[in-house]
Design a protein around this ligand. Structure first.
Ligand SMILES: Cc1cc2nc3c(=O)[nH]c(=O)nc-3n(C[C@H](O)[C@H](O)[C@H](O)COP(=O)(O)O)c2cc1C
Length: 399
């Protein structure tokens, strides 16, 4: 996993709700991502999870009481508030939300929170009726207008037996929102379109021509662009990945569907990054019913699909256009040719075939080729890191 929170100091506030057990997993994810984490629990949270678990996982003492005895040569809640790059309250009870919204500081967690000036991420989790109650909604609105990040709870069946909003989101999603909160917003106000994954070109209703693109590179770019403040549309072929949060995801199957969606919105976009592996051909005739075995061979006639990237290059009107080239040979020549022919600003080329790079891998090794003929080889790295490296270059191009 990429150490996206390396050198970050987080304070995780845990209040007294059923979902407190999920904070244990969240803490583990934070430390895996490189953060150093301090935990402050409310006294009521101890009814749900003991401090020892958090102490073991964070490697630090947990604070519960504002007036604990110890080696206090400093005022802990103020020092921690100054040190924190972000404070996360997960789960946040109706009670702690009310206190934070109204400046009440009557225990260790609420006192600490009133002193924090870095981003505060509030993750409400409670019974649906409590969540939808007017005071809680009013307090959440106050927190939003005070600049807190409120992570909306998931809807579903809750521990109390009700069905509706109120469930603490998956720890992975809270981690993602934390990374987003700490990422500089150098794409603020920019509209980014990313395409990802394979297309399916149907032969009959149950058979198609496709390729092994996993969509991982495109999803990583969409996620990174959203973290950097862009408003992102991701047009994706069939993949088995969780869609990035806060991204407008459009699912398509065929190259024709992808072409339609992409060309429809391209003019409204500032940055287009095409990582999808679009089928170059489609069967001339797709059978309406499943084709039966006859014992004989079969000839499939293929028609060319629209070259979406080339069409985007032809229509380009001020956008930054980035393509990907997965090649099995002659990377430099093929990438340079594609860059020129398709009027691209950057092309990220990689040789496929190596297990740690290309289609299904979590890592990628790309060479970036630019319009002025220069190129830059990046080392093998996680696709999340490739995404940020690429966006760093794109940001320079739009400045
Ligand atoms: C079994 C049980 C489960 C609870 N679950 C929640 C919950 O999920 N969310 C919530 O806001 N309050 C929940 N409460 C109520 C809080 O524990 C209560 O409001 C308490 O005052 C919160 O204190 P704290 O915010 O200082 O932790 C629960 C109470 C009990 C007894």
């Amino acid at each position: 996993m990429t150490a996206r929170l390396q050198n970050k100091h987080l304070v995780l506030g845990v209040s007294g709700g059923i979902a407190a057990y999920k904070a244990v997993e969240l803490l583990r994810l934070y430390t895996q991502a490189g953060a150093s984490v301090r935990v402050i629990m409310t006294k009521n949270a101890r009814w749900f999870v003991g401090p020892t678990t958090f102490e073991a996982l964070s490697g630090r003492p947990v604070t519960v009481d504002l007036f604990e005895e110890g080696d206090e040569t400093t005022i802990r809640h103020i020092d921690w508030a100054i040190e924190a790059d972000a404070a996360i309250i997960a789960p946040a009870t109706a009670n702690i939300i009310g206190k934070l919204a109204n400046g009440i500081a009557d225990d260790a967690l609420s006192t600490f929170l009133t002193a924090v000036i870095s981003p505060k991420i509030v993750c409400p989790a409670m019974n649906t009726h409590m969540f939808e109650s007017l005071p809680v909604q009013r307090n959440l609105e106050t927190l939003r207008s005070d600049g807190c990040i409120v992570v909306e709870p998931d809807a579903g069946s809750l521990a109390c037996g009700t069905v509706g909003p109120g469930r603490l989101p998956a720890p992975e999603d809270i981690l993602d929102r934390t990374v987003a909160a700490l990422t500089p917003k150098d794409l603020d106000g920019k509209r980014v379109l990313v395409t990802a994954g394979p297309t399916r070109e149907y032969i009959d209703p149950v058979r198609f021509i496709s390729n092994p693109s996993s969509g991982k590179m495109g999803h990583a770019i969409a996620r990174a662009a959203e973290h950097r403040g862009a408003s992102v549309t991701l047009v994706s072929g069939p993949v088995s990945l969780q869609p990035p949060l806060n991204v407008d995801v459009v699912l398509i199957e065929t190259a024709e569907e992808m072409a339609k969606k992409v060309l429809d919105i391209a003019q409204e976009i500032d940055i287009i990054i095409k990582t999808s592996a679009v089928g170059d051909f489609r069967p001339r005739l797709a059978a309406d019913q499943k084709i039966k075995k006859t014992g004989n061979g079969m000839t499939l006639e293929l028609d060319p699909n629209v070259d979406i990237l080339k069409e985007l290059g032809r229509r380009k009107d001020g956008q930054v256009l980035v393509g990907f080239a997965a090649e099995t040979e002659d990377l430099v020549a093929n990438a340079a040719k594609k860059l020129k022919e398709k009027n691209l600003d950057v092309i990220a080329g990689n040789l496929i075939g190596a297990g740690d790079s290309g289609f299904e891998a979590d890592t990628n090794k790309v060479t970036l080729f630019y319009k002025d003929g220069s190129s830059e080889s990046l080392p093998l790295m996680e696709k999340d890191d490739v995404a940020h490296q690429l966006l760093d270059r794109v940001v320079r191009l739009i400045q």
